[in-house]
Every structure is written in structure tokens, then in C-alpha cells.
Design a protein around this ligand. Structure first.
Ligand code: ADP
Ligand code: MG
Ligand code: ZN
Length: 639
């Protein structure tokens, strides 16, 4: 949308008023015009026929009687005025003159001479209107209709005719409805602090410029998907009260070749005109990938767009009060030219929220929702490690949908807890029926995971076991860490691998060395983890402190390690180290399962009966079998 459209849009909004659907509104307007035209038309036509008609013979009689004062001839129509002021109308014979006709009717010549006869030109406007109206009115109607439709389509921002222009969405500083401020963003404390400097500059640029400070032109927001990058960028504009031009990287490279670069030019021009302003390029990795590597087929279009962004960023002066923000969840693939000083040299990392932040985010999204008394957001926050802001938003939404579907007026804690699993693993698939044998095997498989997770000291405690299929999994064991962690140790990784392998171990035990396809995902996850331990984290004793594989993202500020930059000998060593880890983890799991066979049977039996075992019940079974459950967080007791 460009500034020229803006005015038109406002107009559109005002007119919109009651009727929501613009198409219906247009049809309605057109019909109204049509009705008005018909009324006008019938008025014009009708006005000429309010006068009474008389036959020509009557006229002849009246002239003979001497009562007629004057006759006006308009083509075939005669307007007759009597001496007493009465008016009448008559039709003349088409092809003969009036006097001739009247004489034929026997009107004496002297009487005829006493009547004043006017011949009026009949090519008058009214004549044409009357005669052409039946054809013209429908044409006008159709033309109006088409005009309204096209105008509407343009107003809605159809860009097909204007594809050079930027497709940025604009939020103006006074647009209170769309505006977001830091209050709407929970957590992300460091990011907010970092960005408040930018807000300060946009609000009061003079202070900075007077002292000769160079204000950053570009700020890159980095973070996992859903951590609130887009939200934060909007919030900066909202806090500073400046215009916000937002466009997504993928929109540059859309539909028509050669459009990206001109869109960039357009966007920067618009933003400068509206300064102070923020230009926000969302998902910049779509255009900002390393150039010329052939990744994505060496897309010329993309490179031109990227070049144009760089040119524009170099081109504007620090006093132009336009700041470019960009967001990405793949900073590792960005072209180094973007990260050079003078471009996106400020980088703000947004982490996944920790427990406290999750609670704050939940509170923000709980604002307009009615809650039952039992709701405890702290417990929900505790159970959702690894959730992003977007996940928490959708959790709240799912819970509201659940409550509404069950015709309740308030959200209960129960709704929130169910939604956690739905967001994590997809909806339950109640229709996915397992045969009795499959059900039993799944129960054993999950019981295996749960037991190993409970016995190994560094594994996460079990929150729930279920054999109701969700997403692609037949069953699942929910184990969550006691606290959020940023770093993981080798011991934790090893225990995690054992827990993953426990399903496989158990199936083998139950099926007398046969194996199903069930544990294939477990195997993939655990093998990948073992490989990362060896090649990325230096956790193998034999290979030692070597990073042999790129680690995505982490290496962006210096040159990182490229994948596969090692000899064949090392490759062989990696494989044998990975195998060793897997083998040892397997043995550990096998030992535990064999040792706790009665417990395994007990849990599997219970699962087949109930399909789901919650943490409390699970721990009772553990205690009954002589295993001490891992300690709970205090917060769980409040809930
Ligand atoms: P990203 O751009 O990082 O992928 P978004 O900014 O689009 O994520 O976030 C998606 C949604 O998630 C937001 O609209 C908001 O509702 C919610 N959200 C994410 N992070 C937060 C947060 N820190 N506080 C409140 N809501 C958040
Ligand atoms: Mg986003
Ligand atoms: Zn499994």
C-alpha cells in the first residue's frame, strides 16, 4: 500500500459503516441509484401525460365552436389551450399537415385562422431523453455497477497493476487499535532494554545527534520461531510512536521477476517520507542468504533484492531518522555483508522464555479470558519448558476452544493442562484404534521409557504416560525437566539416550528378540544426539575437544566449521564412537528393564486398563516397587 492509497482507504472505512460486505454494499448502492433514475424518468415522461388527451375530431368540433385559443405542434403531439385556460392534448395524423386534417374534418377556414398555431421544433432535450431513456438507463446502471466494483477492488489493495510498489503494511503512530507496546511483550528483558535505546532515539533524535552519536541503522532480531520477534519490532514502533513499515522477506521475491529491488526502493522512499519511521523486514533470511553459493539455485532475483537493501542502507544518512529492523530465526545462513558495521550491526537475541517469563506471557494472553477459580498459571508455566510465546498463545486459545465446545463459560485448569499436550504433540487421535496386541505392546514400550527415566539420575522425571495416539506417535511418555536449562551435560545426554532406547529394549524383551517399526523415531532421535555429542560438543573421550560439524547459528560471528571437513579416518572414528555410546546406553537401559521386570508388568497392565497414568499415580506405583521418585518443584504443591 502506498501513501496515495491511504486517503482512499480512510474514505472507504467511513462509508463502510453498517454493512460489512463491500460487494453487497455496492449492489445496494447501485440498486438505489437505479431506483432514483426510474423515478426521475417516470416523472419526466409522466409530466407530459398529466394533460388529458382528446381525439382530433373533438378538436375540430371545438375549433368550430370557437373555444380554442392556441395550438402548439410538437412533432405529432398537439398541445391545446382553450380560451378558459384548460389544456388538452391530441395526436396529429402523422403524414399530413394539421390544417389540412382540420379542414378535412370540416372546420371552416375563418375559425381556423382565429386559432394561434405554433410549430415547435421537436429536437429538444426532453424529446431525446424521453425517447432514449429506455435504452440509456440500463446502460448507465451497468456502467455504474462496474465502476463501483473496480473501485472497490483497487481500494482493497489489489496489487496486480502496481507490482513495482512495495507491499509493506503500514501502522501509523495514531493507529491505537493496531498498536503494540512493550507492555504487550512479556519477558525478553534484555531485548527490551537493548531496544529501549532505539525507542529513545526515535523519540528524541536531537539529543543523540547533537552529541555526535552515530545511531545504528540496522537492528537484527534473532531467535527461535514464535519467540516474539515480530511482536517486539511492532512494540518498538508503538513505544516510540513512529510509523511502522512491515514487509516479509518472502514478499520481495514473489510472483514477478525484477520486482524485489524496485519494491525495496519504494519502501525506503516511503519510509523516508514518513520519518521518523521503522522499516521492518520480517524473515529476512528469505532474501538475505549468503549470495552466490548456489543454495536455492543461485536466485538472481533474491540477490538483486538483497543488493538493493544494502545499497539503500548505505545510502541514508544517520539524521534521516529511519531505522531498519529485521528478524530471522536462521542467523547462520545470512550473508556476512548484511552483518557488516553500518548495516545490521546491532543484534538482539531473543531466547525462549524461562518459567517466570512463560507465566508472564500466559498472563498477557489471559487478559480477556474468564477463568475458573482453580486456574493456576504458574503450574502451566512449569509444565511447558521449551514453549515459545507463540506456543503459549495457542495453548490459551486451545483451552478457550475446549471450554467453549463443552459449553462452559469459564476456562478451567483442566482445559489448560489438556491443551499443553495438544500443542506439544498434536491432537489426540481417538479414531486411531490399536488392536489388542498393539495396545499391549505400546503399553510396554511406554512403560519402558518411564521406568528408565525414573531410575537414571540425570533423566527428566515422568509427568505422564499415555497410550492414546497423538500426531504420529502411538503413545507417549511426557518427561519434563525440573528446571529450565540452557546447558546440558554429557551425563544428561547419556541418560536421555538410554531413556529413548528403553522403548526398543522393552519391545525386544516382550517380543522375544523381534522388533517392530514402533521405536524408529526413538532410534533416530537418540542416534542423532549421540552423533552431536561426538562431532559438535567434544563429548567423546577418544576424539576429544574437536568440533567437526557446523553447529548452526552459534558460529556466525566468526567463521564456523563447515560440515564434513575431516578425513576419512576421522569419519570412521566418529562412527565407532557413536556406536559405542549407543551400545553402552542400550546396555544401561536393558539392565534397568531386566531388574525391574515386575514394575514393568505392573505399569503396562495399568496402562492397558486406563490408557493414561498421571504423575501422582505413577509415583505411587514406583514407591510400591521400592523406587524413590524424583523431587517435585514446590510449585506443584500449590496447584
Ligand atoms: P516470531 O516473529 O518470533 O516468530 P511472533 O512475534 O510472530 O514470533 O509471535 C507470535 C505470537 O506469539 C505473538 O503474536 C504473541 O501473541 C505471542 N508471543 C510471542 N512472544 C510473546 C511475548 N514475549 N509476550 C507475549 N506474547 C508473545
Ligand atoms: Mg515473525
Ligand atoms: Zn518410544
Amino acid at each position: 500500500m502506498n501513501p496515495f492509497n491511504k486517503q482512499q482507504n480512510n474514505k472507504g472505512k467511513k462509508k463502510n459503516g453498517g454493512t460489512k460486505n463491500p460487494l453487497w454494499r455496492n449492489i445496494f448502492t447501485s440498486l438505489a441509484i437505479f431506483v432514483v433514475l426510474i423515478i426521475v424518468y417516470s416523472f419526466i415522461v409522466g409530466s407530459s401525460s398529466t394533460v388529458k388527451s382528446i381525439p382530433l375530431s373533438q378538436l375540430a368540433t371545438d375549433i368550430t365552436a370557437g373555444t380554442v385559443k392556441s395550438i402548439a405542434i410538437k412533432s405529432d403531439t398537439l398541445d391545446i389551450v382553450y380560451n378558459n385556460g384548460d389544456k388538452r392534448e391530441a395526436k396529429k395524423e402523422p403524414d399530413s399537415s394539421l390544417t389540412q386534417s382540420l379542414v378535412n374534418y370540416g372546420v371552416p377556414k375563418d375559425k381556423l385562422a382565429a386559432v394561434q398555431v405554433d410549430v415547435q421544433s421537436d429536437s429538444g432535450f426532453v424529446f431525446w431523453v424521453i425517447n432514449l431513456a429506455p435504452f440509456i438507463v440500463p446502460i448507465i446502471f451497468i456502467a455504474l455497477f462496474i465502476w463501483f466494483l473496480t473501485r472497490q477492488v483497487k481500494g482493497a489493495g489489489m496489487q496486480a497493476f502496481t507490482f513495482g510498489q512495495s507491499k509493506a503494511r503500514i501502522t501509523l503512530p495514531h493507529d491505537k487499535k493496531q498498536q503494540v507496546t512493550f507492555k504487550d511483550v512479556a519477558g525478553a528483558k534484555e531485548a527490551k532494554e537493548e531496544l529501549s535505546e532505539i525507542v529513545d532515539f526515535l523519540k528524541n533524535p536531537k539529543k543523540f545527534l547533537d552529541i555526535g552519536a552515530r545511531i545504528p541503522k540496522g537492528i537484527l532480531l534473532m531467535g527461535a520461531p514464535g519467540t516474539g520477534k515480530t511482536l517486539l519490532a511492532r512494540a518498538v514502533a508503538g513505544e516510540a510512536g513512529v510509523s511502522f513499515f512491515s514487509i516479509s522477506g518472502s514478499e520481495f521475491v514473489e510472483m514477478f521477476v525484477g520486482v524485489g529491488a524496485s519494491r525495496v526502493r519504494d519502501l525506503f522512499k516511503m519510509a523516508k517520507a514518513a520519518a521518523p519511521a521503522i522499516i521492518f523486514v520480517d524473515e529476512i533470511d528469505a532474501v538475505g542468504r549468503v549470495r552466490g553459493t548456489g543454495v536455492g539455485g543461485g536466485n538472481d532475483e533474491r540477490e538483486q533484492t538483497l543488493n538493493q537493501i544494502l545499497v539503500e542502507m548505505d545510502g541514508f544518512e544517520p539524521n534521516e531518522k529511519v531505522i531498519v529492523m529485521a528478524a530471522t530465526n536462521r542467523p547462520d545462513v545470512l550473508d556476512p555483508a548484511l552483518l557488516r558495521p553500518g548495516r545490521f550491526d546491532r543484534r538482539v537475541t531473543i531466547d525462549l522464555p524461562d518459567r517466570k517469563d512463560r507465566e508472564a506471557i500466559l498472563e498477557i494472553h489471559a487478559r480477556k479470558k474468564p477463568f475458573a477459580e482453580d486456574v493456576n498459571l504458574a503450574v502451566v508455566a512449569e509444565r511447558t519448558p521449551g514453549f515459545s510465546g507463540a506456543d503459549l498463545y495457542s495453548l490459551m486459545n486451545e483451552a478457550a476452544i475446549l471450554a467453549a465446545r463443552e459449553n462452559r463459560l469459564k476456562l478451567a485448569q483442566f482445559d489448560l493442562v489438556r491443551s499443553i499436550e495438544k500443542v506439544m504433540m498434536g491432537p489426540e487421535r481417538k479414531s486411531h484404534l490399536l488392536t489388542k496386541k498393539e495396545k499391549e505392546l505400546t503399553a510396554y514400550h511406554e512403560a519402558g521409557h518411564a521406568i528408565v527415566a525414573s531410575v537414571l539420575p540425570y533423566a527428566d522425571p515422568v509427568h505422564k504416560i499415555s497410550i492414546i495416539s497423538r500426531g504420529r506417535a502411538a503413545g507417549y511418555t511426557l518427561h519434563l525437566p525440573l528446571e529450565d536449562r540452557k546447558m546440558q551435560s554429557k551425563k544428561e545426554f547419556l541418560d536421555d539416550i538410554s531413556v529413548s532406547l528403553a522403548g526398543y529394549v522393552t519391545e525386544k524383551l516382550i517380543l522375544n528378540n523381534d522388533v517392530t517399526t514402533g521405536p524408529s523415531n526413538d532410534l533416530q532421535v537418540s542416534t542423532a544426539l549421540a552423533r552431536d555429542m561426538v562431532t559438535k560438543y567434544g563429548m567423546s573421550d577418544k576424539l576429544g575437544a574437536l568440533a567437526l560439524e557446523g553447529s548452526g547459528g552459534r558460529a556466525m560471528f566468526g567463521r564456523g566449521v563447515e560440515d564434513g571437513e575431516y578425513s576419512e579416518k576421522v569419519s570412521g572414528e566418529i562412527d565407532s564412537e557413536v556406536s559405542l555410546i549407543m551400545k553402552e546406553s542400550y546396555q544401561k537401559a536393558e539392565e534397568i528393564i531386566n531388574k525391574h521386570r515386575p514394575l514393568l508388568d505392573a505399569i503396562a497392565k495399568r496402562l492397558v486398563e486406563k490408557e493414561t497414568i498421571e504423575r501422582d499415580e505413577f509415583e505411587l506405583i514406583l514407591v510400591a516397587n521400592g523406587i524413590t521418585p524424583k523431587k517435585k518443584l514446590d510449585i506443584e504443591h500449590q496447584g
